[in-house]
Ligand binder design. Sequence first.
Ligand code: BTN
Length: 327
Amino acid sequence: MTETLILRELLAAEPGWVSGGAIASKLGVSRVSIWHQVEKLRAQGFALEAIPARGYRLSRRPLMLHSGLVEAQLKVRRKGFTLAILDEVDSTNDEAARQLAAGRSAPFAVFARRQTRGRGRFGRHWHSEANGNLYSSFAFRPRIAPERMQTFTLWMGVTICELVSKFVPVAPGIKWPNDIVFDGRKAGGMLTEARVDADQIRDLVFGLGLNVNSAPSDWPTELGRRAVSLSELAGAPVDLNRFTAALIGRVLLAYERFADGEHVDSFAELWNRYDVLRGREVTLVESGRKRRGRALGVDDVGSLLIRDERGRTHGCRAGEVTVEKGG
Ligand code: BTN
């Protein structure tokens, strides 16, 4: 905790100096304990200059996820929310589900620098090297009906697009139901999983994998052609810790608005803004069955609306969509 508070003081003073004495009296601890914490931060990859007459100055921060650095940059501290950053885990979604099952109080978030069994939709492998990308899962215990889960993912998708657009100079889009894309290349994917009791969701895990700082050379060739990272789009590394702090703020707020039903007013407008399928000729494949037609947006339970060549409109709840050439 002291570490987070010291980091907050150092970040607030950046690029200037802050005196050890001032931090110590603000936090109610001794100057020696500040000095000890500064040494610990140095050992974790922070560069801190120290001049007796001026104090300390932060001159370099670690690029990899650092919990103190994320917490120090949270704008609002939400009651009861906790966060864990792991070096390695099988899947952050699985870890969050295990912790929920073990009774950990929600909301909480699990982040990992690397996943050994990262999963995507349809049980696909999610490439999860320790390359500066984001592997995150948020755990909730909502009181909502299972039918609302699809809209939850879509709502989270527009939330992520809004955030991402603050970090890159290119407009993001969502490919129904869970891909974050830029001009046809995938930058991220969402995986929402829930345990359901009778007619209510018992608990829910919202997983987000986002290519933040990976280089094109980090991916296998075939994947590299279809994938893109935020740093590639921004032309410079993205501050992963600042991004993560902003993500937590947005996801928690979006969750509250969804749980209260407040999202309804803005959802349709935001979905239309980011929906990359609207008006395109698409093919949706679900359990081996194909449906072709023009995508018309989504209905109020989050199903993709497709108008076939006979003019009939179908609401499709699941499946994989491809855009037809020239469509
Ligand atoms: C998809 O596009 O199919 C969804 C990909 C979701 C990947 C994320 S990474 C963090 C979380 N943990 C997982 O195992 N999967 C999700």
